[in-house]
Design a protein around this ligand. Structure first.
Ligand SMILES: [Fe+2]
Length: 231
């Protein structure tokens, strides 16, 4: 198909369906991560496609569907592999803004299409109340959160995030102009929430996607309708 007649969706599908086909030959998730470290920069630096994606978002086009969000309100889902081996998601960071400190349920490979991407990594130290080591994914509330690294990446450079506690991080924008981050995530762990952390008290909070949050509320209000249990 001639490039000029393709929609943004077609052009992104070209990338993503090619990725779906390529990773079928790879043995494990480490090979998937290595593959996306190599391949995601090509998409990040495809500025004609990046521009048409931004233009479609600005116009409220049918694709991408900006009403669909995941864990974060600045997130847009672009693609999910039909075997759920990876997804491609987009995030905006305002100038000078960083996300809350959080973890993820899957590995991720991330980079920005313009400007620079700031990433700060943390390590949980100490024992959770259940006695499991916090870094192993045990309840992390009283653990200490130690900043272990900070990096600034140029457009087209990518960084890898590990799942759960070993990948606790913030992403953001060290510059004044807004940026757009694209992340490929691997297959998520079976956890309906991610953790976010208070940077002062190190308390952990569960963040649910809005859809799950509404379902949980509905379930709780249904129980409340019946009133407190009989003494
Ligand atoms: Fe993140």
């Amino acid at each position: 198909m001639a490039g000029s007649t393709q929609t943004t969706h077609d052009r992104l599908l070209d990338y993503c369906s090619g990725w779906s086909s390529d990773i079928g030959d790879l043995s494990d998730e480490n090979a998937h991560i290595a593959y996306f470290r190599q391949e995601l920069p090509r998409l990040l630096l495809d500025l004609p496609l990046v521009r048409s994606l931004l233009s479609d978002i600005r116009a409220g086009a049918a694709y991408p569907d900006i009403r669909k969000t995941g864990f974060f309100e600045n997130e847009i889902l672009l693609y999910i592999d039909d075997r759920r081996r990876f997804s491609l998601r987009l995030y905006f960071h305002a100038g000078g803004e960083y996300t809350v400190i959080h973890d993820h349920n899957a590995w991720g490979v991330s980079g920005v299409t313009s400007g620079r991407l700031g990433v700060v990594w943390y390590r949980l130290e100490g024992k959770g109340p259940e006695g499991r080591d916090a870094a192993e994914g045990g309840a992390p509330d009283p653990a200490r959160l130690v900043r272990i690294d900070r990096r600034i990446l140029s457009a087209g450079e990518v960084t890898v995030t590990r799942p759960l506690a070993p990948g606790i991080h913030q992403t953001g924008n060290p510059d004044a102009l807004p940026n757009m981050m694209l992340t490929v995530y691997g297959r998520p762990a079976r956890r309906l929430y991610i953790h976010e952390y208070d940077p002062v008290t190190f308390r952990a909070f569960r963040r649910y996607p809005p859809r799950i949050r509404k379902q949980r509320f509905a379930s709780e209000v249904m129980k409340a309708l019946d009133g407190p249990p009989e003494p």
